[in-house]
Ligand binder design. Structure first.
Ligand code: AMP
Length: 433
């Protein structure tokens, strides 16, 4: 019987796994420059964390959570996003009581949503993101946006579209909700079922509808900007000024409301269409939250901002646009025994090179020299070492430089120095056998 992976999941293996690592490592490096610190939080949480955190009217909580009773009858969910977990950790560990707020966290790992699988949409996918916790300063909203933009620039993605909008404060949103209900009252009967339930639960989410006929109706809907309170408007304008000052291009999209219920004030999304013309949807998205920390048991008036990137989507556009690392060499040395009696020597030499910091492979069986060359090239090795009986008897190794096919004999005791010179390593760390 052949076992299939679960629908909506996928294996990330071999070259693709290296590419994922490259993506996560580069993002980790960039956020470290901005002084963010890694948070590891559990994949499982009590279900009510997300019901409260992500919001009862969100699609995620209504339709997409993987929730089950564990053997102790606890209602558990696989995390559908990180923000609620990071805030739970911030609250549980009383990080809000530290002197140096805000806490700047970053995270990465798998999240789970029972969505319809399609291009760029999985049921298990990886997110990488940040949260800035314990500040209401608009400068941190701007920092989050600029950090997201900087990450994409580091991957050499040109033409990133940054969309921003403001959802304002509670008063702004209440006023706008009323205006939307008023407007949609005469249209809602002719709109899709999702819009009908959003009309009751959260009319702002109607603006997210992708159905063509509904979008026509959306065109004449009231715009949130006109309902922002004076303070919310000023806050939004100020952030835009900071983005302008820092030469970050953006578009204001008044239909951008985001699918998670906790946002207030600024929200943003990063979009990109690959050169092949594929648009994988938002690659990353986030926003400010005014009440979420308090709603999840933390102190009042503690605010935050964060964003999350989808690693699968980032991978797809980098692959489409040929922007993934294509390393010329994956190994420093491939060691080949060319005589059965040289297998042990090949093992020992491989080990000696590895403990001295070289990246080395050897398969511990003997090969004909021609085959060994083919394997070394397939493995993208920079150098190939042949070891046969001649080499053992003369206490030398035959080293082939695969970049120019030059072959030379190196004395066994000179081997490490030889490679350190060739590869530009520092000689301080040579380990004796
Ligand atoms: P969200 O948590 O919904 O704001 O999503 C943040 C990012 O996660 C999105 O911009 C996408 O890049 C990615 N993402 C969301 N849902 C999926 C999915 N089902 N499959 C793959 N990536 C996703």
């Amino acid at each position: 019987m052949e076992y299939q992976n679960v629908k909506g999941t996928h294996d990330v293996i071999l070259k693709e796994a290296n590419d994922y690592k490259y993506i996560v490592d580069l993002m980790s490096e960039v956020v470290s420059l901005f002084d963010y610190h890694l948070f590891h939080v559990p994949v499982i949480e009590n279900a009510n964390l997300f019901q409260r955190g992500v919001g009862a009217s969100s699609d995620i909580v209504r339709k997409e959570m993987y929730t089950f009773l564990d053997k102790g009858e606890r209602l558990i969910s696989l995390r559908p996003e990180f923000t609620a977990s990071i805030i739970r950790s911030f609250n549980n560990n009383k990080l809000y009581a530290t002197m140096d707020l805000p806490i700047k966290a970053y995270y990465h790992g798998p999240v789970f949503r029972y969505e319809r699988p399609q291009l760029g949409r999985y049921r298990q996918f990886d997110q990488f993101g940040i949260e800035i916790l314990g500040t209401d300063s608009l400068y941190f909203d701007a920092e989050a946006i600029i950090l997201g933009y900087t990450i994409l620039k580091q991957f050499n993605l040109e033409d990133v579209t940054l969309k921003i909008n403001s959802l304002g404060d509670e008063t702004s949103r209440n006023n706008y909700r009323h205006a939307l209900k008023d407007y949609f009252k005469n249209h809602i009967d002719n709109m899709c079922n999702d819009c009908k339930s959003r009309y009751e639960l959260n009319p702002l989410r109607i603006l997210d509808c992708k159905i063509k006929e509904d979008q026509e109706i959306l065109k004449s809907a009231p715009k949130i900007y006109d309902y922002l309170t004076k303070e919310s408007k000023e806050r939004f304008e100020h952030i835009k000024e900071i983005l302008d000052e820092n030469h970050i291009p953006y578009e204001v999209d008044d239909n951008l409301v985001r699918g998670l219920d906790y946002y207030s004030q600024i929200v943003f999304e990063f979009h990109y269409t690959s050169k092949k013309g594929f648009n994988y949807g938002a690659i990353g998205a986030g926003g400010h939250y005014s009440n979420l920390i308090n709603e999840l048991g933390g102190p009042k008036d503690m605010q935050g901002v964060g964003f999350s990137f989808g690693v699968e989507r980032l991978y797809s556009i980098l692959k489409d646009d040929d922007l993934l690392l294509d390393e010329q060499y994956l190994l420093d040395v491939y060691v080949a025994s060319i005589d059965e009696e040289a297998n042990l020597s090949a093992f020992n030499v491989s080990n000696l090179l590895r403990i001295n910091g070289l990246k080395v492979d050897c398969d511990y069986i003997f090969h004909k020299p021609g085959n060994a060359i083919k394997i070394a090239i397939r493995k993208k090795a920079r150098y190939l070492i042949f070891i046969g009986l001649d080499e053992i008897n003369n206490n030398v190794l035959t080293v082939k430089d695969l970049s120019n096919q030059e072959q030379t004999q190196v004395k066994y005791e000179d081997l490490i120095n030889y490679f350190y010179d060739k590869l530009g390593f520092d000689h301080k760390h040579i380990e004796e056998e």
